[in-house]
Design a protein around this ligand. Sequence first.
Ligand SMILES: Cc1cc2nc3c(=O)[nH]c(=O)nc-3n(C[C@H](O)[C@H](O)[C@H](O)COP(=O)(O)O)c2cc1C
Length: 327
Amino acid sequence: MDLSTRIGAVTLANPLLTASGCGGTGRELSPYTDLARLGAFTTATVMGRPRAGRPTPRIAETPSGLLNAMGLPGPGLDAFLARDLPWLAGHDVSVVVSVGGSSVQEFAEIAGRLAASPAARPIVGVEVNVACPNAEDRGRMFAASPAAAADVVRAVRGAIHRDVPVLAKLSPDVTDIATIALACADAGATGLSLINTVSGLAIDPATLRPALSGVAGGLSGPALRPVALRCVYQVHAAIPELPIIGGGGVATGSDALEFLVAGATAVSVGTTLLHDPSAPQRILRELEEALAARGMARPGDAVGLAHRPASAGPQIARPRTRIEEFS
Ligand SMILES: Cc1cc2nc3c(=O)[nH]c(=O)nc-3n(C[C@H](O)[C@H](O)[C@H](O)COP(=O)(O)O)c2cc1C
């Protein structure tokens, strides 16, 4: 099966990506997953300067997902360019670099230095993490405002070679995600990454205080999937031609297929990697089987199918069920 998928001018070998911040620098994941066989490895959000992140505890488990308030820790852009990107390049990995900033200027500077880096060759996309707090707007995240999100996308787009996709990673914590998506598309986003975590809170039953030092955190994992699917569906309905990397609680090939039919052109795996770092190859194999079982020749055959009325067009064959399974 031809598993390739296109995001703007770039063709990925397959539609399965890691989600930002969940695969370490790539080195930690590489003993379990052949990174060169991913559609792309997405880095943790790279900020301009080294950051320690929030104090612990910054992770809490909930019944159906993980709550994290990491605070975007990382060694900063210099270390990323000197160490992490060359390592990924040396391992033949396609890389989506997630960039963050507390001002539009910081986003633009990071993007400009990425573009000028001699190690830029493996970069197949720049993901713009607009869920970052905007220091110039009282810490409100860029993704909360169509204008602020568009300013960031425009600045990054202007700093990056035009063939390299710019993907805006949006937050579900907004009233109307399609409006934010449209603003990003108008500002030059090649596509979108949907979604970042949804804000949540856990109480420690022993102390009867918030379990995380940051009080609220981002909920990821299975609990997020219906929210993420809703966002992908709404944005695809508003801008059907815009490539979407969909993700939130993807753990199986069937989950990945749900994102494709909701309108995604590629799928990201995040929290699942934390307990099953070898999951990507399995999920890709399961997705391929799920497509083949429905008579589809490529992932593109599934994209957006859920938007068609069940009665319209050619019926998609349901996977065959053997009679013995019921006996
Ligand atoms: C521990 C952890 C760290 C994360 N770090 C980042 C990050 O640096 N940048 C970012 O855009 N998203 C980050 N995310 C969000 C994920 O990329 C993803 O959007 C989210 O977890 C939903 O997908 P999932 O349910 O498959 O994990 C992080 C998530 C987790 C759990």
